[in-house]
Design a protein around this ligand. Structure first.
Ligand SMILES: CC(=O)SCCNC(=O)CCNC(=O)[C@H](O)C(C)(C)COP(=O)(O)OP(=O)(O)OC[C@H]1O[C@@H](n2cnc3c(N)ncnc32)[C@H](O)[C@@H]1OP(=O)(O)O
Length: 217
């Protein structure tokens, strides 16, 4: 019998994850704080209640997934769920090619057709969209996010909550991508990126320092 699962966030990512997760879990429905969604049914799944309802009413044996692109929101919810004793499994799509030396943290989400070379590390709460390639010895830091088609070189330390837009390339030779940094769509990163930097273009250049991570995803 399939284990039960609830998905936090009924937005587009939540709906996509429901389609993947239903292969392995009995999806009970979504939890969402958006009042407009109260009592609605989305793609066949009920909105069961808001986040407060989940914490106050659900058994701790339930599996909870939080496929929310906004790093700050995802990390804060997963931290609270973990502290409160909920199961927060990872989801790795069956087409993902991951060498058995790759270390995978808690509540890591990886969509189809990603490739991970030996000895790469995926820390807790990382979210990865489809078609992302990660070379050896690279560390994807806690709570970071990778949009579709990212190409990440070898031996790069990507720090917590970094956000990488669609089609980004991070060249081997780069040592560090800063915490809370944001790599714009299609950027080609050839130098280290400081914390909170927003980098765009080829070659990638810093356009500002800001906490855009608060808003994006
Ligand atoms: C499955 C999925 O949905 S995956 C979706 C993943 N999301 C993404 O990939 C989006 C990532 N976000 C971006 O690339 C955004 O453009 C950001 C965050 C880098 C910048 O956003 P903002 O702060 O709003 O910057 P804004 O739009 O004002 O642009 C500032 C300047 O940078 C330029 N710029 C912005 N983004 C890019 C980019 N990706 N590449 C090149 N130049 C860019 C703009 O043209 C503008 O230049 P100008 O000042 O000469 O006119």
């Amino acid at each position: 019998m399939k284990e039960k699962a609830i998905i936090i966030g009924a937005g587009t990512y939540g709906q996509v994850y429901a389609e993947y997760l239903k292969e392995d879990y009995k999806i009970l429905g979504f939890v969402d704080d958006d009042l407009k969604l109260k009592d609605k049914v989305i793609n066949g799944y009920k909105i069961l209640g808001n986040i407060e309802w989940l914490f106050n009413n659900c058994e701790r044996t339930i599996n909870v997934f939080v496929p929310i692109g906004n790093n700050k929101i995802r990390v804060s919810l997963l931290t609270k769920l973990e502290q409160q004793g909920f199961n927060i499994p990872s989801y790795i799509h069956p087409t993902v090619n991951m060498h058995n030396s790759v270390k995978v943290g808690k509540a890591v989400y990886v969509l189809p057709a990603c490739n991970f070379m030996p000895l790469s590390i995926i820390e807790d709460y990382v979210m990865i969209s489809m078609g992302v390639n990660v070379a050896h010895h690279t560390i994807l830091g806690k709570g970071s996010f990778y949009s579709q088609g990212n190409n990440v070189g070898a031996s790069i330390n990507i720090k917590e909550n970094a956000y990488s837009g669609i089609g980004v390339t991070i060249m081997t030779g780069v040592k560090e991508i800063g915490a809370n940094s944001l790599l714009g769509a299609s950027a080609v990163i050839i130098r280290d990126v400081p914390d909170y930097a927003v980098v765009v273009g080829n070659p990638g250049k810093i356009i500002k320092y800001t906490n855009l991570i608060e808003q994006i995803g």
